[in-house]
Design a protein around this ligand. Sequence first.
Ligand code: SAM
Length: 423
Amino acid sequence: MSDFLIRRVPDHLSDWINTGVRQSGLSKTQFVKEALGIAYGQEHTPSLFSGCVPPVRFEPSALPFKFIDLFAGIGGFRSALTKLGGTCAFSSEWDKFSRKTYCAWFNETEEDIWGDINLLKTDADIRRNIADHDILAAGFPCQPFSLAGVSKKKSLGRAHGFEDEKQGNLFFKIAHIAKVKRPPVLFLENVKNLRSHDKGNTWHVIKTTLEDLGYVVFSEVIDACDWVPQHRERVMIVCFDKRVFGKAVPFQFPEPPKTRRPVLGDILDERYDQKYILTDHLWQYLQDYAEKHRRKGNGFGYGLVGPKDQARTLSARYHKDGSEVLIKPPRGGHRGRLDSKRSKGNPRRLTPGEAARLMGFDDDLAAFFGYEDGFPQVVSDTQAYRQFGNAVVAKVVEAVGRQIIQVMTRYLRANGNGCLIKG
Ligand SMILES: C[S@@+](CC[C@H](N)C(=O)[O-])C[C@H]1O[C@@H](n2cnc3c(N)ncnc32)[C@H](O)[C@@H]1O
């Protein structure tokens, strides 16, 4: 004998239970089957679309759902989706420094985070290790595909893409997981040129693979500059399972916020260590390099910005010379005594804390996770810059995530599970 707690019982069943009056059109056998079906489903597939326990904290407008965080980095997806009411059911990241930050920020242990995603080789590996979830989130590395290779294999009826272990492409690992776990929603992110990469072949393969799996695919290039003081164009890909949502999914990417565009002055610190000020040697080198390229007619050079500006895209190589985002010195030069290698008029780099805020990992988001003074830095400056340069802007994920949740909410309301929605 097992005891089941049946949550979210549809009206036609609960009316019968509460009143003892048989509801029209339902036999006793159907009633028992349906009730047991709900109980069984909830015990065995604990995601939103079959019922889940809401997390302790979520915004009143948010929906309790489960997601997985692939190519997790430092958790750009995780931070935003948790804020929207999600619970992370599985994370994968193989870089030891990113894992360190991720564990510290989200109170996880090393054992909680899966390493190399390619080690999940078979359907059985995936089923055994990845919990059921509503949203599969992944900012995956962009790798080239051979369209010709895929088409040829397809026409020969041979394994292609995610069925071909040798190919080992990370996108196909996402597709493999989607095929086995069938999450209702996929939420992917990549660099802007994914759509034009390899003359459009890469995007063609990605889109048709997702469609062949039965997903309706939406994609849009979004510039984060409406949410953070940085131009950062990334393609956002949102897919809905046709079998759940149908073919006409009412999804729209978010409109930019109506508030004024953020500027660097919003995220810069008044005080900073002098180590962030460029040495005379490096500053001279960057100026000479820019001049050399200017004379050749190239646009390469440093990006010098002030508090009223927006920054260029922060890259993973920012730690090398900081050239894409150099902060002008304050009027009258940097304050305090500087060592002999630096002059008061030299520009400076962003501090790691400023780089965090430039990526949307701001004090409000940190406070949501219990940090009063911003997210803690647990790796070297070099690693921290690299991690921020690779990350997704959490505020953009949050904005797109809200739109996804609207679709999920509509679906649940229409299907009699409206009581899930709080507020
Ligand atoms: C573009 S970054 C994603 C960053 C993430 N969205 C964030 O907000 O921090 C891609 C990440 O995938 C990780 N990665 C690459 N190959 C991997 C693999 N085979 N298994 C697990 N992680 C991998 C890299 O270490 C990197 O952190």
